[in-house]
Ligand binder design. Structure first.
Ligand code: ATP
Ligand code: MG
Length: 608
């Protein structure tokens, strides 16, 4: 970690010992830095037992990196997301929650939708209702049910508490059916991880005591993103034992309202429940003056006001269309790289100092094509740092491993059958054949798989691929690479885990906590959400047309939803250390094929 001189205020926080502290300060003021330094300081004392919670795996990895903990198993600290912390607890306590075996995590949206569909089919009231809907309505109906289910779990209420209308008691049945189907697959969803751990603490005082005695310092980064379930879990964990809790956050960066998060849990509840001391940091150590001014100006804006044009001086590029927008970005990347250095930028200007951000992934389509054409290296930043099980081979591997180690998993057994169906006309014959080759191969490997022979079995594998005449040369290369990826994950997982199990491995993959050690090189492309907490010397923020950023649904809803869009834009601006380019297309091709005229984001009227 680069040696920096902390400000007196920052040092004061780093040297704090006992107590509850709320560090509430704006982007780039060094909140994460101070948190890290304080953790580091406390670790010098062997009696410190620390729990540090972040909101993404990526942030956890960065914290470990900043603390140089990546190679060491340090018994005195647990760094992870709420989900990974809960998973580690449930792994040894699942029996107390009525499970015979550790449940598997159904993390995938598609899996949850399938469960909702099954639940609908088993309740005549919903079967009838569903039948009458067209395709689009069916899809939004299922999403709204998932939102309802998550809402119940994230606010720690009973389903009936979220219902108002007369015939709504059917939703209670639906909620229960969804839970029953999950249970019958010996599975839980992401929200259950938090909810069940909370229940575990509430119903078992001895377990709660045990865990609260395991830590004497707790840290939470990005505290504005806490939702009710997470905050209550935190409070339950602390019990009467843990008094030393530090939460750092910035209410202006609250962008997870759709997850039930609100800065109130940090600002009001934590502050009052823990009698916390509120500390602020004034200085911004990240961004250039111009970026700070722009970000501050943005925050002055009242989202509901119509006439808020204020004189500003920020550069905005109005592109003809998305292609022109992409070309503008590429030309500027080339120009900056040719500059080689700049007085405001430390070290050489290379691709790693450049990021392209957008609200949603769809805005990157043309950029990606242009980067490829210009042979500029790039990568997509992912919040989840595991590997993707998205090729046919990996899907087959995933499904078969799941059903092999969780015989109750009917959902993935069905998926597997569907994937192997030959009468799928969309899949060319050749692919269909290779699916079978892959599968008989995968089956053989997984059938032999145990924790002890994981690596050995995979290797013998590799021999089998070489000898196997049914694979094309291309197949062989692909399978070898993918298997190697899985072995690498296993090595990382088993190295970091006291008692490795196949279920633990699968769940760690589902949570994205096993890191694949690939160095990502080139220009970084990322959504604003994924870039939270991080920084880049040069930022291109694209797709700033009204309807894209802010998103049209948030514009329709207005109020707090629109405010969250503004916060999201604030997060985007404040990722930039030196240069920030803002662009939008005047014409956007919509998903249904029409070209639509677009005007610049309402938030940018601020900078005319
Ligand atoms: P965000 O709200 O975006 O998460 P943050 O408040 O957590 O921001 P950090 O990421 O901790 O801010 O710090 C921003 C940058 O400023 C980092 O590069 C950090 O190393 C640097 N920094 C923090 N404090 C100082 C300091 N006293 N002197 C110089 N640089 C500093
Ligand atoms: Mg931070």
């Amino acid at each position: 970690m680069l040696k920096i001189n902390l400000s007196p205020k920052q040092s004061e926080i780093v040297n704090l010992r006992e107590g509850a502290f709320l560090v509430e300060a704006s982007a780039g003021s060094g909140k994460t830095r101070v948190l890290t330094e304080r953790v580091k300081k406390l670790l010098e004392d062997n009696s410190s037992k620390i729990l540090a919670i972040t909101f993404t795996n990526k942030a956890s990895e960065e914290l470990k990196e900043r603390l140089s903990l990546d190679k060491i198993k340090n018994k005195n600290i647990f760094i992870g997301t709420f989900h990974s912390f809960c998973q580690s607890i449930l792994e040894s306590r699942f029996k107390l929650l009525g499970f015979q075996k550790m449940p598997h995590i159904f993390e995938d949206e598609g899996d949850r939708i399938e469960i909702v569909e099954d639940a609908i089919k088993s309740i005549p009231y919903f079967t009838e209702l569903y039948k009458k809907k067209d395709v689009k309505q069916k899809s939004s109906f299922k999403s709204s049910i998932l939102d309802f289910i998550s809402g119940v779990k994230r606010t720690l209420v009973e389903p009936e508490d979220l219902l108002t209308e007369e015939d709504d008691e059917h939703y209670i049945t639906l909620f229960n059916e969804y839970q029953d189907i999950l249970r019958s697959n010996n599975a839980i969803d992401f929200d259950d991880l938090i909810l069940l751990t909370y229940k575990l603490f509430m119903n078992n005082e001895s377990v709660q005591d045990l865990y609260s005695q395991s830590y004497n310092y707790i840290f939470v980064d990005e505290g504005q993103d806490l939702n009710k379930a997470q905050y209550y879990l935190l409070r339950a964990l602390c019990g009467s034992n843990i008094k030393n809790v530090m939460i750092v956050g910035d209410p202006n960066q609250s962008i997870y309202g759709f997850n039930g998060s609100t800065p109130e849990y940090m600002q009001k509840h934590f502050f009052e429940d823990f009698n916390a001391q509120r500390i602020t940091l004034e200085e911004n150590y990240r961004c250039s003056k111009k970026v700070i001014d722009a970000a501050n100006k943005l925050m002055e804006l009242n989202v509901e006001a119509v006439n808020y044009v204020i004189e500003g001086s920020f550069q905005i590029y109005k592109a003809d269309d998305e292609l022109d927008e992409a070309k503008f970005v590429i030309e500027n990347i080339k120009r900056l790289i040719n500059l080689k250095s700049h007085k405001d930028i430390e070290g050489d200007i290379d691709y790693s100092k450049i990021s392209i951000l957008g609200r949603n992934r769809f805005v990157f389509k043309h950029i990606e094509e242009q980067l490829k054409e210009s042979k500029i290296p790039y990568y997509f930043k992912s919040g989840n740092i595991g590997i993707k099980f998205d090729t046919i081979f990996m899907k087959l591997f995933d499904y078969y491993l799941r059903i092999k180690i969780n015989s109750s998993d009917r959902l993935h057994a069905k998926r597997l059958k569907n994937l192997l169906k030959i009468e799928d006309f969309e899949i060319e014959d050749q692919v269909a054949t290779s699916k079978y080759n892959y599968f008989s191969f995968i089956k053989k490997v997984i059938d032999d798989l145990t924790v002890d022979n994981f690596k050995k079995s995979m290797k013998t594998l590799e021999d089998y691929i070489k000898e196997n005449n049914s694979f094309s040369e291309e197949d062989k290369v692909q399978i070898s690479n993918e298997l190697e990826g899985i072995v690498n994950l296993w090595v990382t997982y088993s190295f970091n885990t006291l008692k490795p199990t196949l279920t633990g491995f699968k769940n760690a993959i589902s949570l994205g906590t096993v890191v694949k050690n690939i160095k990502q090189e080139g220009v970084c492309i990322s959504t604003v959400h994924t870039m939270k907490g991080q920084e880049s010397e040069i930022v291109f923020l694209i797709g700033l047309d009204d309807g894209t950023f802010p998103y049209y649904l948030a514009i329709d809803k207005g109020g707090e939803e629109l405010n969250q869009e503004k916060n999201n834009l604030y997060v985007a601006f404040t990722r930039a250390k030196r240069f920030l380019y803002l662009t939008y297309p005047s014409i956007r091709k919509m998903p249904w094929g029409d070209n639509m005229r677009r005007s610049k984001s309402r938030f940018l009227n601020h900078f005319n």
